[in-house]
Design a protein. Structure first.
Ligand SMILES: [Zn+2]
Lengths: 219, 217
């Protein structure tokens, strides 16, 4: 997809993504953004060119004598061949799709508040909680602030806060201390991917009801 | 007069394995030998072309593996990586699109993903539901930058990389070859994170990988 996102990961994140040094959870978010943003895909290609050039200039090391034969013996070995991908056209990025399948997301939605549902992903790491959030049309989320970093990518629909309207593909970072109150657009539900590095602290009186749901569960 | 009939058709061109004179449909404009060979592997399961790729990239891949300074590194990583990457190259070559990237860039992305996944498998006992490879699954409807633009930026990267000041070159190598995050690089070099970021930024600007006036978010 090539819609024009307004909010992008910064160049440091893209570089770390290109070099493969970005942690898993933010990488999932960057990959989701790339699904929507051709501008960043082109930027990534250029960064990959840098990596490729550095790799070509790396000191070549002599291979084991049998290295070539060992590879040739394994070509067309059906066990090594990639599974025939049953790629169906999906509106979601591949990594998110795969997580949704692994996590049976359709069965794990939980009510977070009157207008927000959450489905958490098992991603094999515990620095970040990775989840989908679904805000119903016109839904108001509880006002909250952040103790940690939060990356958000809009996957479907749009939402707004005090500052802007965020649409499909938009990539946002909330720094610790940011307070905001996102609101779903009136014309349909909004689904976001998020990676959160520490529990959200709710700042409104309803907070005590939500807290148990927002706690990071060691999975 | 129909324009179509005056165009050469690819079917009319005889192909032989390993014959690099043959014109392949997806490489009409990308002419570097590695990309040609990779296309031939993808289209013809050409073992001779594959052997040439192996001889060129195998030692580079081993060097790339040995440059890693990541958790999970083990002495056999280089040989394992060569095996795994080259088998992936064979298996995935049919999906290689020369209009999207050069063979070297494409093989770099395969190697980078493989290296991370191998290191993670080694250092992590948790089940990992996603492989690094999953993050690079491009949507099909991609509109790539033109081949000419790509070629220009590749040349620019190549020529300006050699001229970077030592301090910028050092950080780029730490990030791409050793696999260090910016934060790790800053700790190791005893530099503030901001300095690391700005050196990287200057290097990328010099190579025209990023545009200096561009402000992102
Ligand atoms: Zn973008």
């Amino acid at each position: 997809m090539n819609n024009t996102s307004q909010f992008h990961p910064d160049e440091t994140m893209l570089l770390e993504f290109s070099a493969g040094t970005l942690a898993t959870a933010p990488s999932i978010c960057v990959s989701a953004h790339l699904h929507f943003c051709s501008k960043c895909r082109n930027q990534l290609l250029r960064l990959d060119q840098v990596g490729a050039q550095l790799m070509s200039e790396a000191k070549p090391l002599e291979l084991e004598d049998d290295a070539f034969d060992a590879v040739m013996a394994n070509l067309d070995n059906p066990e090594q061949a990639p599974a025939k991908s049953d790629v169906k056209v999906s509106r979601f990025p591949f990594s998110v799709d795969k997580l949704m399948k692994n996590n049976l997301v359709s069965q794990t939605w939980k009510r977070l508040s009157g207008s927000v549902d959450v489905a958490r992903f098992e991603t094999g790491q515990d620095e970040f909680e990775v989840a989908l959030h679904k805000i119903c049309a016109g839904g108001k989320t509880p006002k909250h602030d952040h103790q940690g970093l939060e990356y958000t990518v809009v996957l479907k629909g749009s939402f707004s806060d005090e500052n802007a309207v965020y649409r499909e593909g938009d990539f946002l970072i909330r720094e610790p201390g940011d307070v905001h109150q996102p609101m779903g657009a009136q014309n349909g539900e909004c689904i976001c991917l998020s990676a959160l590095s520490a529990p959200i602290k709710l700042t409104n009186p309803l907070g005590f009801l939500m807290k148990p749901w927002l706690r990071i569960n060691p999975m | 007069m129909s324009l179509v009939t005056s165009l050469p058709t690819n079917q009319a061109i005889p192909r032989t394995n390993g014959d690099r004179v043959a014109v392949f449909k997806s490489a009409e404009k990308r002419s570097d030998q590695w990309s040609q060979l990779l296309i031939s592997v993808g289209e013809n399961r050409d073992r001779q072309a594959f052997a040439q790729l192996f001889r060129h990239f195998g030692p580079l891949l081993k060097g790339f593996a040995h440059a890693s300074r990541n958790e999970g590194w083990f002495p056999g990583l280089g040989d394992d990586l060569v095996q795994e990457v080259m088998i992936k190259v064979w298996n995935k070559a049919a999906g290689y699109n020369a209009e999207k990237a050069s063979a070297t860039t494409w093989i770099y992305t395969v190697a980078r993903n493989c290296r991370i996944d191998m290191l993670r498998r080694k250092s992590n006992t948790q089940h990992l539901p996603l492989e690094n490879e999953d993050f690079w699954h491009e949507p099909d409807e991609e509109t790539p930058i033109s081949l000419l633009q790509q070629k220009r930026s590749e040349d620019k990267v190549q020529s300006s990389l050699a001229q970077l000041p030592k301090e910028q070159d050092e950080i780029l190598r730490k990030v791409y070859l050793e696999g260090k995050s910016h934060a790790e690089a800053s700790a190791e070099l005893g530099l503030p994170l901001g300095t690391v970021k700005s050196r990287v930024r200057l290097a990328l600007q010099k190579m025209q990988v990023i545009v200096s006036t561009e402000s992102q978010e």
